[in-house]
Design a binder for this molecule. Structure first.
Ligand code: AMP
Length: 402
């Protein structure tokens, strides 16, 4: 019998599961889908089989992740792609926090599960959901290799000077406080694809990756290895995001508690869910913000300007960290789609060798592309991210050729 070549990628959130089934012979997608509102009466599963082009929905209560994954398995089976298929090589799970312990994708066993569980205090929103997804998948196919691909793993190459906060190391180590970074699967994929776009080996190029989605992070990648990234202990640090503040003076928190009378939970919610673009102007979708800016809305304009100012500061600081930059790559929802954000972020940086060709910047498309003028010293690129493909590739590399 030939070896199995399919990988199911699962991204389990607290109330959702996103999934994709890929055939690793040609990295093609066989099925994609999403279950939303798990635990509510109005749960919804949307499933698409790519070969037939058919999309189906299941609506109605799915009480937990087990019910959701069973429904996913049913839908896959209807297309002849069931979890019991001998073609399935492994299930790859996105796991948000792998701490310092997990530097690579890892086949899941009891020790790995225990370690992911031990990291819950530093990832209280994400790791419990990821664990539930893994345990449910294990129950459905106990014989199948399950692989954890960590959002933090790509950043474990950061030097201590970038990974540590200026805190007493005894206190920091006791509480596992350090800069872990997130979106690592995307930064890894995009930095490699950028090298490919330049026709070079990733080991030869230095890239600044700007992952600008609803969550946003920047990274400095030297010769394929991350040397700095903007998210820290949690995904709150760094760039201005859809609803997260990103960087602020830590004393703002004491001030809100002591002077503003807010509880720690209230401050947590404020900074994570009601700040960033949303906090500044009431919208977190860049399309809406740009529409308002174009209509002369001052509040939206200020939110846009703060977003861009922070982005520029990170481009400049990562330029300094890297010393030599070959490319700046824009990715994720905003980075891939918003020409005005790309233009504003790079404008004024000609002294650093950065520039954008307005015509190339205006072109829309799904492929990686250069948007800098041919004469520019530093390439500026739009490189669509593909975290699912990266998870599947890493999973298959680990188990597929046994
Ligand atoms: P992500 O988290 O990568 O899925 O990105 C989601 C965000 O991308 C949305 O909140 C929007 O702000 C942004 N976005 C998506 N499409 C566009 C678009 N066509 N133009 C500008 N921003 C977009």
């Amino acid at each position: 019998m030939t070896s199995p070549t399919r990988v199911l990628v699962l991204n389990s959130g607290s109330s959702s599961v996103k999934y994709q089934l890929l055939d690793m012979r040609d990295s093609s997608r066989l099925a994609v889908g999403l279950v939303e509102r798990i635990g509510e009466r109005t749960s919804r599963l949307k499933h698409t089989c790519l070969s037939s082009g058919e999309t189906r929905e299941q609506n109605g209560p799915m009480h937990d992740h087990e019910a959701a994954l069973k429904a996913v398995a049913e839908e896959l089976a209807k297309d002849g792609l069931g979890l019991d298929s001998p073609e399935l090589a492994a299930i790859g799970h996105r796991v948000v926090h792998g701490g310092e312990f997990f530097t690579e994708p890892t086949v899941i066993d009891d020790t790995v599960l225990l370690e992911i569980e031990r990291l819950i205090p530093v990832a209280p929103l994400h790791n419990p959901a990821n664990l539930t997804g893994i345990r449910t998948a294990q129950a459905l196919r106990p014989d199948l290799p399950q692989v954890a691909v960590f959002d933090t793993a790509f950043h474990t190459t950061m030097p201590e000077s970038a990974a540590r906060y200026a805190l007493d190391p005894r206190i920091a180590d006791r509480h596992r406080i350090r800069r872990y970074g997130f979106h690592g699967t995307s930064h890894a994929y995009v930095s490699r694809e950028t090298a490919r776009l330049l026709g070079k080996d990733p080991a030869e190029v230095n890239v600044i990756v700007l992952h600008l989605g609803n969550g946003a992070s920047a990274s400095a990648v030297r010769g394929g290895a991350c040397v700095d990234t903007s998210m820290g202990l949690t995904p709150l640090e760094g760039l201005v995001m859809g609803t997260r503040s990103g960087d602020l003076d830590p004393a703002v928190i004491f001030h809100l508690a002591r002077v503003g009378g807010m509880s720690m939970d209230e401050i947590d919610t404020l900074l994570n869910k009601r700040s960033g673009l949303f906090g500044l102007c009431g919208d977190n979708d860049m399309r809406e913000i740009r529409r308002r800016v174009d209509e002369g809305d001052e509040q939206a304009k200020l939110a846009f300007d703060i977003y861009i100012h922070r982005l520029k500061k990170y481009i400049g600081s990562y330029y300094a960290v890297l010393g030599r930059v070959d490319a700046v790559a824009f990715t994720a929802g905003v980075g891939e789609n918003s020409a005005p954000v790309r233009e504003a972020a790079v404008s004024g940086l000609e002294g650093l060798g950065l520039g954008i060709d307005p015509e190339l910047n205006a072109v829309r498309g799904d492929d990686a592309r250069l948007i800098s003028p041919a004469s520019a010293r530093v390439a500026v690129a739009v490189v669509p991210t593909d975290e699912e493909l990266e998870i599947a590739t890493q999973t298959y590399a680990l188990v597929g050729r046994e």
